[in-house]
Design a protein around this ligand. Structure first.
Ligand code: ATP
Ligand code: SF4
Ligand code: MG
Length: 324
Protein backbone atom coordinates (compact mmCIF):
# COMPACT_ATOMS: atom_id res chain seq x y z
CA UNK A 1 0.00 0.00 0.00
CA UNK A 2 0.98 3.67 -0.18
CA UNK A 3 3.56 5.20 2.14
CA UNK A 4 2.49 7.76 4.72
CA UNK A 5 5.88 8.43 6.31
CA UNK A 6 9.24 7.71 4.67
CA UNK A 7 12.37 8.05 6.74
CA UNK A 8 15.32 8.27 4.35
CA UNK A 9 18.96 7.93 5.39
CA UNK A 10 18.35 9.63 8.72
CA UNK A 11 21.36 10.42 10.90
CA UNK A 12 21.15 11.78 14.44
CA UNK A 13 24.02 12.77 16.75
CA UNK A 14 24.07 13.81 20.38
CA UNK A 15 26.64 16.57 20.72
CA UNK A 16 29.00 18.11 18.22
CA UNK A 17 32.50 17.50 16.86
CA UNK A 18 34.71 15.07 18.77
CA UNK A 19 32.10 14.67 21.47
CA UNK A 20 29.38 13.61 19.04
CA UNK A 21 27.72 10.27 19.63
CA UNK A 22 26.14 8.82 16.49
CA UNK A 23 22.81 7.57 17.83
CA UNK A 24 21.04 7.01 14.50
CA UNK A 25 23.05 5.87 11.50
CA UNK A 26 21.66 5.99 8.03
CA UNK A 27 18.19 4.70 8.95
CA UNK A 28 15.61 4.28 6.18
CA UNK A 29 12.16 3.05 7.09
CA UNK A 30 8.74 3.39 5.48
CA UNK A 31 5.41 3.41 7.31
CA UNK A 32 2.53 2.47 5.01
CA UNK A 33 -1.04 3.70 5.29
CA UNK A 34 -3.08 1.80 7.86
CA UNK A 35 -0.21 -0.35 9.05
CA UNK A 36 1.16 -1.06 12.53
CA UNK A 37 4.95 -1.01 12.39
CA UNK A 38 6.74 -2.41 15.44
CA UNK A 39 10.18 -1.14 16.42
CA UNK A 40 12.26 -3.37 18.70
CA UNK A 41 15.80 -3.44 20.04
CA UNK A 42 17.72 -3.40 23.28
CA UNK A 43 17.94 -0.35 25.48
CA UNK A 44 20.12 2.33 23.87
CA UNK A 45 19.67 1.03 20.31
CA UNK A 46 18.13 4.36 19.27
CA UNK A 47 14.39 3.67 19.15
CA UNK A 48 13.32 6.81 21.00
CA UNK A 49 15.90 8.91 19.18
CA UNK A 50 14.44 7.73 15.88
CA UNK A 51 10.92 8.63 17.02
CA UNK A 52 11.94 12.06 18.29
CA UNK A 53 14.11 12.81 15.27
CA UNK A 54 11.26 11.92 12.92
CA UNK A 55 8.90 14.32 14.69
CA UNK A 56 11.56 16.98 15.34
CA UNK A 57 11.22 16.66 19.09
CA UNK A 58 14.84 15.76 19.81
CA UNK A 59 16.00 17.13 23.15
CA UNK A 60 19.34 18.95 23.11
CA UNK A 61 22.13 18.11 22.44
CA UNK A 62 20.40 15.95 19.79
CA UNK A 63 20.93 17.12 16.19
CA UNK A 64 19.78 15.68 12.90
CA UNK A 65 22.88 15.57 10.74
CA UNK A 66 21.36 14.20 7.58
CA UNK A 67 18.45 12.57 5.82
CA UNK A 68 14.83 13.27 5.01
CA UNK A 69 11.46 12.47 6.56
CA UNK A 70 8.89 12.60 3.80
CA UNK A 71 5.32 12.93 5.01
CA UNK A 72 2.39 12.23 2.68
CA UNK A 73 -0.64 14.28 3.77
CA UNK A 74 -4.10 12.99 3.02
CA UNK A 75 -4.52 15.83 0.55
CA UNK A 76 -1.74 17.66 -1.24
CA UNK A 77 1.88 16.99 -2.03
CA UNK A 78 4.34 15.11 0.15
CA UNK A 79 6.86 17.26 2.04
CA UNK A 80 10.01 16.89 4.13
CA UNK A 81 9.24 17.26 7.84
CA UNK A 82 12.88 18.23 8.40
CA UNK A 83 12.31 21.32 6.25
CA UNK A 84 9.28 22.68 8.14
CA UNK A 85 9.47 26.02 9.93
CA UNK A 86 8.65 26.08 13.64
CA UNK A 87 5.23 27.43 12.84
CA UNK A 88 4.51 24.71 10.29
CA UNK A 89 5.82 22.17 12.76
CA UNK A 90 3.24 23.23 15.34
CA UNK A 91 0.48 22.52 12.87
CA UNK A 92 2.08 19.22 11.91
CA UNK A 93 2.35 17.87 15.45
CA UNK A 94 -0.84 16.38 16.87
CA UNK A 95 -2.80 17.10 13.69
CA UNK A 96 -0.70 15.01 11.27
CA UNK A 97 1.58 12.97 13.52
CA UNK A 98 1.06 12.48 17.24
CA UNK A 99 3.47 10.88 19.64
CA UNK A 100 2.75 9.22 22.97
CA UNK A 101 5.97 9.41 24.95
CA UNK A 102 7.72 6.87 27.06
CA UNK A 103 6.12 7.30 30.49
CA UNK A 104 3.49 9.62 29.05
CA UNK A 105 0.84 8.68 31.56
CA UNK A 106 2.83 10.60 34.13
CA UNK A 107 2.93 13.70 31.98
CA UNK A 108 -0.69 14.72 32.45
CA UNK A 109 -1.00 17.99 34.32
CA UNK A 110 -2.01 17.08 37.90
CA UNK A 111 -3.95 20.29 38.54
CA UNK A 112 -6.28 20.09 35.52
CA UNK A 113 -9.26 17.85 34.91
CA UNK A 114 -8.68 15.38 32.08
CA UNK A 115 -11.51 16.91 30.06
CA UNK A 116 -9.75 20.29 30.22
CA UNK A 117 -6.49 18.78 29.04
CA UNK A 118 -8.20 17.36 25.98
CA UNK A 119 -10.09 20.53 25.13
CA UNK A 120 -6.84 22.51 25.53
CA UNK A 121 -5.33 20.56 22.64
CA UNK A 122 -8.35 21.48 20.50
CA UNK A 123 -8.21 25.13 21.54
CA UNK A 124 -4.52 25.41 20.73
CA UNK A 125 -5.06 23.91 17.32
CA UNK A 126 -8.18 25.80 16.36
CA UNK A 127 -9.09 28.82 18.53
CA UNK A 128 -12.30 29.34 16.55
CA UNK A 129 -13.84 26.04 17.57
CA UNK A 130 -16.79 26.62 19.94
CA UNK A 131 -16.62 25.47 23.53
CA UNK A 132 -19.56 23.16 22.97
CA UNK A 133 -17.89 21.46 20.03
CA UNK A 134 -14.67 21.12 21.97
CA UNK A 135 -16.43 19.50 24.93
CA UNK A 136 -18.39 17.20 22.66
CA UNK A 137 -15.25 16.14 20.85
CA UNK A 138 -13.37 15.50 24.12
CA UNK A 139 -16.26 13.43 25.43
CA UNK A 140 -16.42 11.43 22.21
CA UNK A 141 -12.66 10.78 22.30
CA UNK A 142 -12.70 9.63 25.92
CA UNK A 143 -15.61 7.35 25.18
CA UNK A 144 -13.68 5.90 22.26
CA UNK A 145 -10.78 4.95 24.51
CA UNK A 146 -13.12 3.48 27.10
CA UNK A 147 -13.33 6.23 29.70
CA UNK A 148 -16.87 6.61 31.07
CA UNK A 149 -18.47 10.09 30.80
CA UNK A 150 -18.64 10.40 34.59
CA UNK A 151 -14.84 10.28 34.71
CA UNK A 152 -14.47 13.30 32.41
CA UNK A 153 -14.10 15.67 35.32
CA UNK A 154 -11.63 13.53 37.22
CA UNK A 155 -8.10 14.71 37.96
CA UNK A 156 -5.21 12.50 36.81
CA UNK A 157 -4.47 11.17 40.32
CA UNK A 158 -8.02 9.87 40.54
CA UNK A 159 -7.41 7.52 37.61
CA UNK A 160 -5.47 4.27 37.43
CA UNK A 161 -2.27 4.05 35.37
CA UNK A 162 -4.10 2.21 32.61
CA UNK A 163 -6.81 4.87 32.45
CA UNK A 164 -4.25 7.68 32.34
CA UNK A 165 -2.54 5.88 29.48
CA UNK A 166 -5.85 5.69 27.66
CA UNK A 167 -6.40 9.42 28.22
CA UNK A 168 -3.00 10.00 26.56
CA UNK A 169 -4.05 7.88 23.60
CA UNK A 170 -7.30 9.84 23.38
CA UNK A 171 -5.32 13.06 23.43
CA UNK A 172 -3.02 11.80 20.68
CA UNK A 173 -6.02 10.91 18.51
CA UNK A 174 -8.17 13.96 19.14
CA UNK A 175 -7.00 15.89 16.07
CA UNK A 176 -7.29 12.78 13.93
CA UNK A 177 -3.64 12.44 12.94
CA UNK A 178 -2.65 10.02 10.20
CA UNK A 179 0.31 8.73 12.17
CA UNK A 180 0.49 7.81 15.85
CA UNK A 181 3.86 6.95 17.36
CA UNK A 182 3.81 5.14 20.69
CA UNK A 183 7.13 4.99 22.45
CA UNK A 184 7.10 2.19 24.99
CA UNK A 185 3.71 3.16 26.23
CA UNK A 186 3.32 0.03 28.27
CA UNK A 187 6.41 -0.65 30.36
CA UNK A 188 4.90 0.80 33.50
CA UNK A 189 1.67 -1.12 33.16
CA UNK A 190 0.88 -4.68 34.06
CA UNK A 191 0.79 -7.32 31.36
CA UNK A 192 -2.99 -7.68 31.16
CA UNK A 193 -3.36 -3.92 30.83
CA UNK A 194 -0.67 -3.76 28.14
CA UNK A 195 -2.51 -6.20 25.95
CA UNK A 196 -5.83 -4.44 26.47
CA UNK A 197 -4.47 -1.05 25.53
CA UNK A 198 -2.64 -2.32 22.47
CA UNK A 199 -5.63 -4.32 21.36
CA UNK A 200 -7.74 -1.23 21.73
CA UNK A 201 -5.30 0.88 19.73
CA UNK A 202 -5.32 -1.63 16.89
CA UNK A 203 -9.11 -1.68 16.95
CA UNK A 204 -9.26 2.14 16.88
CA UNK A 205 -6.85 2.08 13.97
CA UNK A 206 -9.24 -0.15 12.07
CA UNK A 207 -12.09 2.27 12.72
CA UNK A 208 -10.27 5.57 12.31
CA UNK A 209 -7.69 4.55 9.72
CA UNK A 210 -4.46 5.95 11.15
CA UNK A 211 -1.05 4.25 11.01
CA UNK A 212 1.02 3.30 14.02
CA UNK A 213 4.70 3.07 14.89
CA UNK A 214 4.87 1.08 18.06
CA UNK A 215 8.08 0.95 20.10
CA UNK A 216 8.59 -1.69 22.76
CA UNK A 217 10.91 -4.30 24.23
CA UNK A 218 8.12 -6.81 24.23
CA UNK A 219 8.51 -8.73 20.98
CA UNK A 220 5.58 -11.00 21.75
CA UNK A 221 3.26 -7.99 21.71
CA UNK A 222 4.79 -6.87 18.41
CA UNK A 223 4.35 -10.27 16.80
CA UNK A 224 0.75 -10.28 17.93
CA UNK A 225 -0.21 -6.74 17.03
CA UNK A 226 2.00 -5.41 14.25
CA UNK A 227 2.09 -5.96 10.50
CA UNK A 228 5.81 -5.44 10.15
CA UNK A 229 8.71 -5.31 12.58
CA UNK A 230 11.96 -3.37 12.33
CA UNK A 231 14.82 -4.37 14.61
CA UNK A 232 17.48 -1.86 15.66
CA UNK A 233 21.01 -2.44 16.86
CA UNK A 234 23.58 0.25 17.61
CA UNK A 235 21.61 2.97 15.85
CA UNK A 236 20.95 1.00 12.67
CA UNK A 237 18.10 -1.12 11.41
CA UNK A 238 19.44 -4.66 11.04
CA UNK A 239 16.28 -6.41 9.88
CA UNK A 240 12.86 -5.33 8.72
CA UNK A 241 10.20 -7.87 7.80
CA UNK A 242 6.56 -8.90 8.08
CA UNK A 243 5.88 -9.80 11.74
CA UNK A 244 5.04 -13.41 10.86
CA UNK A 245 8.26 -13.82 8.87
CA UNK A 246 10.41 -12.59 11.77
CA UNK A 247 8.60 -14.90 14.12
CA UNK A 248 8.97 -17.88 11.76
CA UNK A 249 12.59 -17.37 10.81
CA UNK A 250 14.56 -14.28 11.59
CA UNK A 251 17.45 -13.88 9.15
CA UNK A 252 19.71 -11.60 11.17
CA UNK A 253 21.54 -13.32 14.06
CA UNK A 254 20.60 -10.45 16.39
CA UNK A 255 16.91 -10.88 15.58
CA UNK A 256 17.23 -14.62 16.24
CA UNK A 257 18.90 -13.77 19.53
CA UNK A 258 16.05 -11.51 20.54
CA UNK A 259 13.63 -14.24 19.56
CA UNK A 260 15.62 -16.85 21.46
CA UNK A 261 14.83 -14.96 24.60
CA UNK A 262 11.36 -14.51 23.35
CA UNK A 263 8.58 -15.49 25.71
CA UNK A 264 6.00 -17.92 24.37
CA UNK A 265 2.88 -16.21 23.07
CA UNK A 266 0.86 -17.90 25.73
CA UNK A 267 3.39 -18.77 28.41
CA UNK A 268 4.93 -16.76 31.14
CA UNK A 269 6.76 -13.64 29.99
CA UNK A 270 10.41 -12.95 30.64
CA UNK A 271 12.78 -10.05 30.13
CA UNK A 272 14.89 -10.15 26.97
CA UNK A 273 18.10 -11.54 28.34
CA UNK A 274 19.00 -14.08 25.69
CA UNK A 275 22.02 -12.49 24.01
CA UNK A 276 25.38 -12.76 25.76
CA UNK A 277 27.42 -9.57 25.95
CA UNK A 278 26.16 -6.03 26.13
CA UNK A 279 24.91 -3.47 23.62
CA UNK A 280 27.69 -1.52 21.87
CA UNK A 281 29.11 1.65 23.32
CA UNK A 282 28.25 4.37 20.82
CA UNK A 283 31.51 6.15 21.64
CA UNK A 284 33.61 3.16 20.62
CA UNK A 285 31.52 1.37 18.06
CA UNK A 286 33.01 -1.97 16.92
CA UNK A 287 34.39 -1.92 13.38
CA UNK A 288 32.49 -3.62 10.54
CA UNK A 289 29.20 -5.13 11.69
CA UNK A 290 28.71 -3.60 15.15
CA UNK A 291 27.15 -6.87 16.33
CA UNK A 292 30.25 -8.94 15.49
CA UNK A 293 31.72 -9.16 19.02
CA UNK A 294 28.49 -10.81 20.17
CA UNK A 295 27.56 -12.71 17.04
CA UNK A 296 27.86 -16.51 17.21
CA UNK A 297 28.04 -16.63 13.41
CA UNK A 298 30.64 -13.92 12.78
CA UNK A 299 33.08 -14.75 9.98
CA UNK A 300 35.66 -13.18 7.70
CA UNK A 301 34.28 -9.83 6.48
CA UNK A 302 32.23 -9.12 9.64
CA UNK A 303 34.82 -7.27 11.70
CA UNK A 304 36.01 -5.09 8.85
CA UNK A 305 33.10 -4.31 6.54
CA UNK A 306 29.75 -2.76 7.50
CA UNK A 307 26.84 -4.79 6.06
CA UNK A 308 24.21 -2.62 4.37
CA UNK A 309 20.46 -3.15 4.78
CA UNK A 310 19.57 -5.06 1.59
CA UNK A 311 16.19 -6.27 0.30
CA UNK A 312 15.56 -10.04 0.28
CA UNK A 313 12.04 -10.72 -0.98
CA UNK A 314 9.56 -9.05 1.35
CA UNK A 315 12.19 -8.20 3.98
CA UNK A 316 15.47 -6.34 4.35
CA UNK A 317 18.52 -7.55 6.24
CA UNK A 318 21.96 -6.11 7.03
CA UNK A 319 24.20 -9.17 7.48
CA UNK A 320 27.07 -10.71 5.50
CA UNK A 321 25.70 -14.17 6.21
CA UNK A 322 22.56 -13.39 4.24
CA UNK A 323 24.56 -11.72 1.48
CA UNK A 324 26.68 -14.78 0.81
P1 ATP B 1 15.33 2.47 25.67
O1 ATP B 1 14.84 1.13 25.21
O2 ATP B 1 16.14 2.38 26.92
O3 ATP B 1 14.29 3.51 25.69
P2 ATP B 1 16.25 3.53 23.10
O4 ATP B 1 16.41 2.45 22.09
O5 ATP B 1 15.03 4.35 23.06
O6 ATP B 1 16.46 2.90 24.57
P3 ATP B 1 17.64 6.03 22.88
O7 ATP B 1 17.03 6.65 24.08
O8 ATP B 1 17.16 6.50 21.56
O9 ATP B 1 17.54 4.46 22.95
O10 ATP B 1 19.19 6.27 22.98
C1 ATP B 1 20.07 5.94 21.93
C2 ATP B 1 21.48 6.31 22.32
O11 ATP B 1 21.63 7.70 22.39
C3 ATP B 1 21.90 5.75 23.68
O12 ATP B 1 23.20 5.26 23.59
C4 ATP B 1 21.86 6.93 24.60
O13 ATP B 1 22.86 6.83 25.58
C5 ATP B 1 22.16 8.09 23.65
N1 ATP B 1 21.45 9.28 24.14
C6 ATP B 1 20.13 9.42 24.32
N2 ATP B 1 19.82 10.65 24.77
C7 ATP B 1 20.99 11.29 24.89
C8 ATP B 1 21.36 12.60 25.31
N3 ATP B 1 20.46 13.49 25.69
N4 ATP B 1 22.67 12.90 25.32
C9 ATP B 1 23.61 12.02 24.92
N5 ATP B 1 23.33 10.78 24.50
C10 ATP B 1 22.04 10.41 24.50
FE1 SF4 C 1 26.96 -11.74 12.53
FE2 SF4 C 1 28.52 -11.08 10.50
FE3 SF4 C 1 25.88 -11.02 10.19
FE4 SF4 C 1 27.10 -9.18 11.71
S1 SF4 C 1 27.34 -9.46 9.49
S2 SF4 C 1 25.27 -10.29 12.22
S3 SF4 C 1 28.74 -10.40 12.63
S4 SF4 C 1 27.16 -12.82 10.58
MG1 MG D 1 13.50 4.71 24.40
Amino acid sequence: SEPVLEIRNLNVDYGLGDQAVHAIRDVSLTLHRGEVLGLAGESGSGKSTLAYGTTRLLPPPGVITGGEVIYHPEKGDPYDVLGLTDRQLQAFRWAETAIVFQGAMNSLNPVHKISTQLTDVLRAHDPRMSENSRNARAREMLKLVGIAPDRMDAYPHQLSGGMRQRVMIGMALILQPQVVIMDEPTTALDVVMQRQILGQLVELRERLGFSVIFITHDLSLLVEFSNRIAIMYGGRIVEEAPAAAIYRDALHPYSSGLLGSFPALRGPRRELTGIPGSPPDLKGMPSGCSFHPRCPKAFEPCSSKIPVLTPHGDRSVACWLVES
